[in-house]
Design a protein around this ligand. Sequence first.
Ligand code: ZN
Length: 321
Amino acid sequence: MDVKFNEFYFENEIHSANDYWQLYNKDPKAAIKKYDGHVFCPICESAPLTIVKGNKRRYFKVSHSDMEKHSEDCSFRNNPATKKETTYFYKDLDTTDIESRLLSCLNKMLKKELTTADKESSSVSTRKNYTNNFLDIVINNRKKYLPNKYLYSENLYKDSDIQTIYYGKCALYIISPNNTNDTNNTNDTNNTNDTNDTNDTNDINDTNDTNDTNDINDINDTNDTNNTNDINNKNNQKYYYLKVLNSYTKKEICEISITKNIYGYLSSDLENIPNKKDEAIDYYICFSGFLKKKQRQYKGNNYDFHQCNLRDSRLLILEKA
Ligand SMILES: [Zn+2]
């Protein structure tokens, strides 16, 4: 089966396949003239992509005869890891070197060198030469690549039961639990220790559960929804919500929920992010997790959104654009 690409490399940038189809729908000739023959593998930028324009099925692929044109170390020479393999890989983060993989993804895919790093990762981020195999994993002596998606992909919310690496240049703002009135602050302070402890335990359980069964996921989702029932009613809010917006339209792509505990590890990165939507600023962001569909009440209305529960501070990398 052909591996379908939802993003492509064109003139020094990653584009979503959607960029192509939008133009193609308006003016097929213009799209073909601009892109066909000039689009390449989003990782190695070497293997040409073939654009399949069927009536029902349209997608980007590398045709078999072009597979050898991937760079030797390109992860996309291999097949994608299955859900089971991906779950297995993420089981023990200490052995996965995940932070340097995300950093490579950010630099490689978003064309940006990380110049400063206040975190433990500083030794990694000074590395200048990024290879093309940062998504490789080896399962039973076979190389596979980790599921990954550009945050502007049209199928972004599909396959949300597989842990995925998401990356893109997006506008960010953050809602913190401290953005509340004095009365609420007092409550929070009294409960701080208890609340944190509870969070930690829950998070660990969540992680395990996610790996094990879907049913338990659903129960957790319900709990989460209750916890975050009204974003303005922050009495019980235990999480920071990092809002990830389309950098052009400022429409919300997803939010990342971050416990106070995990926020502590990331505070040097996150504390400079604005707290208001209309002040959101562009960042290069790369994170790994599940984008789950959720519902929240706001001023009496329900609205749907997509949320990633950040499980570990090493699973989020960002840099101001
Ligand atoms: Zn390639």
